[in-house]
Write a protein of this length. Structure first.
Length: 317
């Protein structure tokens, strides 16, 4: 993300939209530039750009402009501050006879990978807990856990081994995220429903999202692995969430019919998020949003919460 305020032309080029579209979003929905220097044109700040990116993504995927603008305006920036510092600290190749590849991740990831190979659960847990306390959930997931988990998976594909390593690390990660969720204990109604797709058993990314939401003070319900489409629809009808996140890790579990069933639920508005690499963008029903990463999923969830809080406050006045 840029640090300097941008002109309308520069923002339009970054987003791939026309300047006239930016003007329309400004005039109709209040998504305009916020920096004003007397005698100069208003310019777009990084926060303005982040909200416009959400507006562009939502409208491109079928959400009405008015509804997209409502969520975009409420969306805070979720920067994930620890990721860049971890990548800078860890630039270069893996060393020291490392057997789990972690790419260009930092020294904490390399240390976690070594502890994983030793099956040293105490060091694994301490490393994860320290990172969560220092950097938060989003940065820890992106800068520490994802590289190590991906490296374990890569080595398993190549050797058919490391099943014991994967099970131990996954358990330690789950326990760490559960501790964050318990410590957060958000109050208020659970407006976000988290679920794996039917037959999907990879839950760690969804657990990461749950921990990040708890850290941000957002109440949620977690249904977990292998939720049939009919059961998910029933849960939506019973609890009335504002947003549903459906996680799919693999193509075989990413049946778009599950998402269509959610969009057909009469309780509206309902934001449906298709999260995970299993989903193909060209097969998603219109109106479904596909977050690119954990930070964007958290940002959209926060926007939903804040929008509903604002609406509730307005109703009370």
């Amino acid at each position: 993300m840029v640090d300097e305020p941008l002109s309308a032309g520069a923002v339009a080029r970054r987003l791939g939209v026309a300047v006239t579209t930016l003007r329309t979003w400004h005039q109709r929905y209040g998504l305009g530039p916020s920096e004003h220097v007397p005698g100069h044109h208003r310019r777009y700040t990084p926060a303005d750009l982040a909200r416009l990116e959400i507006m562009r993504k939502l409208t491109a995927e079928g959400v009405t402009p008015a509804e997209a603008a409502r969520w975009a305006k409420q969306s805070p920036v979720v920067p994930g501050p620890g990721v860049a510092s971890r990548l800078r600290a860890g630039a270069g190749r893996d060393g020291g006879g490392q057997t789990i590849p972690v790419g260009r991740a930092g020294p904490a990831a390399r240390g976690l990978a070594r502890a994983a190979m030793r099956l040293d659960s105490a060091v694994i847990s301490d490393t994860i807990s320290d990172a969560l306390a220092t950097d938060g959930v989003v940065a820890t997931w992106e800068g520490l856990l994802r590289p190590v988990l991906a490296g374990i998976g890569e080595r398993h594909v190549a050797t058919a081994g490391l099943i014991d390593v994967e099970h131990l690390v996954s358990r330690c990660v789950s326990e760490a995220f559960a501790a964050v969720a318990r410590a957060g204990r958000p109050t208020g109604p659970a407006r976000i429903l988290l679920s794996c797709a039917d037959e999907e058993q990879h839950t760690l990314p969804l657990e990461a999202l749950a921990a990040a939401l708890a850290e941000a003070g957002v109440s949620y319900r977690m249904l977990g692995a292998r939720v049939p489409a009919a059961a998910l629809v029933e849960a939506v009808n019973r609890t009335g969430p504002a947003a549903v996140v459906v996680w799919s890790h693999t193509r075989p579990t990413a049946d778009p019919a599950q998402l269509s069933a959610l969009l057909a639920v009469p309780r509206r508005p309902l934001l449906v998020l298709a999260a995970g690499p299993g989903w193909r963008a060209d097969t998603l029903p219109a109106g479904v949003v596909r977050p690119v990463d954990l930070a964007e999923a958290v940002s959209l969830a926060l926007a939903v919460r804040d929008s509903l809080d604002q609406s509730t406050g307005a109703d009370r006045t």
